[in-house]
Design a protein. Structure first.
Ligand code: GLC
Length: 529
């Protein structure tokens, strides 16, 4: 593939914005679209090529935007459709593309489709959702449970049938066997694509088709992972159905019908062998698929390397991986992987930005923002509210962006933000921008390096033999990435070249003759002699 026919997103760095927590322009404590526009300069300076916005569409916010009640309108707390159009234009002028989050699996209970659907068994939208009679004992139709805890079925008194929800009761699942649902979503994709949106992150992409016969899920066994055992069943029939691929192929045809193909990036929390299936033949399903085995891997060379190699081996020819360490559901890698240790945070950033694939940063990753400890009264995620203290929910990774050390962190002028801020004095964009040694400067320089060296960001990668605790690979013909993920200094014999990037910035342009010394948690990009 030459640079000219390569899709833009292969060499791109993507960046997830959680709009509620990015920048508040009108002092109501909630981030908004004008706030994003005001901070495009930061994203351009950082070198970001595309931003994915968590949902900005209308929602009663039972699940903070992931319960949509109008797929083609902007939620008032975020602004207007005009603001959104201004964002697309202003971002475009800075070379930044905008991706929407689309939630095809379910709607809000307040969506007019569901309001109609539940009104009678013969309603126009009845078949748009998954309705079924209870079984003879008056129990739910089958044993499916919600991934948010509790039964997956809720009895609706009006019509005496149950509706199915893979998440909250407030998020009824759509019936993707229904052609009108499919056609309607084609229209939603077109609505946003025609406004200049460069692609879509598809929410719970693996879940949208439910077994047509509503068969019971099989019980979990001792061999299953922790989560499966916790739910007591394997999600064989309420998710992960093979027929989902036909739907994704349909979306891809539509995405490719635009002169500049729209990117489809899927939320695909499935094992690596299944993940590969979501790329279809490498050209006809998702353009990128989030790799949850990687996100949840321990920050150790052997384990991470194994997952990356397994992924590379599993993907069909022509497919391209995506790498991410944080998002609004899975918390922040600076805490999860790096235990808030700056050296490890730097190492993890270098790792994300140097693997073969598209890195997707989450807002705050660039300054090493970690999870924020919250009090019970601060919690806003329905899962935290429901399961505290056993599970505090996802808010710790959703707190506002820390722009400066001012009161409100440069995020808001309001007395209160919707979630409390972390420690803005120690971690903020403004201070790190001034500091050549900061995490932010390293992140920016690594992104710039990718951009300068196309063969680095687009080239092949081959793992190299290394001592335990070290992970190294080639990028293209001229570079080697070497990461010491162990707590001991190592000496890598036979590794020679010029250090072009290093987590310890004072070592850049040092020349390694025939052996490379790496301190604990140190990583480099070497240019080969
Ligand atoms: C996805 C979203 C998550 C949401 C869920 C239900 O996993 O990322 O935030 O709660 O879908 O829509």
């Amino acid at each position: 593939m030459t640079a000219s026919d390569e899709p833009w997103w292969r060499t791109a760095v993507l960046y997830q914005i959680y709009p509620r927590s990015f920048a508040d322009s009108n002092a109501d404590g909630v981030g908004d679209i004008p706030g994003i526009i005001e901070h495009l300069e930061h994203l351009q300076w950082l070198g970001v090529d595309g931003i994915w916005l968590s949902p900005v569409t209308v929602s009663p916010n039972a699940d903070w935007g992931y319960d949509v009640s109008d797929f083609c309108a902007i939620a008032p707390e975020f602004g207007t459709l005009d603001d959104f159009d201004r964002l697309v234009t202003a971002a475009g002028e800075r070379g930044i593309r905008v991706l929407m989050d689309i939630v095809p699996n379910h709607t809000s209970v307040q969506h007019p489709w569901f309001v109609d659907s539940r009104s009678s068994r013969t309603a126009t939208h009845r078949e748009w959702y998954v309705w079924a009679d209870g079984n003879e004992g008056g129990e739910p139709p089958n044993n499916w449970v919600s991934s948010f805890g509790g039964p997956g079925w809720t009895l609706d008194e009006t019509t005496g049938q149950y509706y199915f929800h893979n998440h909250l009761q407030d998020q009824p699942d759509l019936n993707w066997w229904n052609d009108e649902v499919r056609d309607t979503f084609d229209g939603i994709f077109r609505f946003w694509s025609d406004r200049g949106v460069a692609g879509f992150r598809i929410d719970v992409c693996n879940v949208i088709i439910k077994d047509a016969e509503l068969r019971d899920n099989p019980p979990a066994t001792e061999d299953d992972d922790f989560e499966t055992q916790m739910f007591g069943q394997r999600s064989v029939y309420n998710a992960n159905r093979p027929e989902v691929h036909e739907v994704i192929r349909r979306w891809r045809r539509q995405a490719d019908s635009y002169d500049e193909h729209r990117l489809l990036i899927g939320e695909t929390p499935v094992p690596v062998d299944k993940l590969a299936e979501y790329y279809g033949d490498g050209t006809d399903e998702l353009g990128l698929a989030f790799n949850f085995s990687f996100i949840t891997a321990p920050f150790r060379a052997a384990e991470m390397r194994a997952i990356v190699e397994e992924t590379e081996a599993a993907l069909p020819p022509g497919a391209w991986p995506a790498w991410t360490g944080s998002n609004h559901d899975m918390f922040r890698f600076p805490t999860r992987w790096a235990e808030d240790d700056p050296a490890k945070i730097r190492l993890a950033l270098l790792l994300l930005l140097c693997l073969r694939g598209t890195p997707v940063l989450y807002q705050g990753d660039e300054i090493g923002m970690g999870d924020v400890t919250l009090e019970r009264d601060d919690l806003r995620d329905p899962l935290g509210v429901r399961f505290y203290p056993y599970y505090a929910g996802r808010d710790a990774g959703r707190t506002p962006m820390q722009w400066s050390d001012r009161r409100g962190g440069g995020f808001t002028e309001s007395e209160r933000s919707w979630l409390p801020l972390g420690d803005v004095a120690t971690t903020n964009v403004a201070a790190q921008r001034e500091d050549r040694d900061s995490i932010l400067s390293l992140c920016r320089d690594a992104i710039a390096f990718r951009r300068r060296h196309h063969e680095f960001s687009a080239g092949d990668a081959t793992s190299l033999a290394t001592p335990e605790g070290v992970w190294a690979w080639t990028r293209g013909e001229r570079h080697v990435v070497a990461l010491n993920m162990s707590p001991e200094e190592v000496l890598l014999d036979g590794m020679a070249g010029t250090i072009r990037l290093c987590t310890d910035r004072s070592r850049e342009v040092e020349v390694a003759g025939d052996a490379l010394r790496l301190a604990a948690s140190e990583g480099v990009v070497l240019e080969l002699p």
